[in-house]
Design a protein around this ligand. Structure first.
Ligand code: SF4
Length: 167
């Protein structure tokens, strides 16, 4: 897995003060994609154990409250093998940190696939669906087009259907 970008102290991608990790590689190829450079799985820099350790340390800093990690792409769910180790460590080693994830797949498409579902189970919030240029709305929070949803993962998984995040 390659990393396209890593932004510390991000306040745009999710609730609270967070770190944001952008994975490389996306096969959805949405028209009007905000970051087409990340379609290439070789874009950016290789993900390493040292980098993963750094992310864990960054989440656990104590001089400011970090809400959690946001994982964007590219398409994180086309990098499941690369991300599973990280999300498991966050749940084990980072107390009270949530994980937000963005995907071009819908919730229904993710839960229909065993490996994608496994990654989702470690996440708390899912912003789902492809970016559809014709439905673009610049006023939306955390998403770019009207079809995309902000979902409460735990509630959605327990009810077996998409449940919106209470704001
Ligand atoms: S899913 Fe996201 S990264 Fe992939 S093409 Fe669509 S907007 Fe771009």
């Amino acid at each position: 897995m390659n990393i396209a970008d890593y932004k510390k102290f991000d306040v745009i991608n999710g609730k609270g003060l967070r770190h944001a990790l952008f994975t490389s590689g996306c096969e959805h190829h949405c028209k009007g994609c905000f970051n087409a450079a990340t379609w290439n799985f070789d874009y950016g820099t290789p993900y390493t154990q040292e980098f993963e350790d750094q992310v864990i340390r960054d989440l656990n800093i104590d001089y400011v409250v970090i809400s959690g990690l946001s994982i964007l792409g590219g398409e994180p769910f086309q990098n499941v093998d690369g991300l599973l180790g990280l999300v498991k460590r966050i749940k084990n080693e980072c107390k009270d940190k949530d994980i937000w994830v963005w995907s071009g797949y819908t919730f229904e498409e993710i839960i229909a696939d065993e490996s994608r579902l496994e990654l989702l189970t470690y996440c708390d919030v899912l912003i789902d669906g492809k970016f559809i240029l014709e439905q673009r709305n610049l006023k939306l929070q955390w998403r770019g087009s009207e079809n995309q949803r902000v979902l409460d993962v735990k509630q959605s998984l327990s009810q077996g259907q998409a449940v919106g995040l209470g704001m």
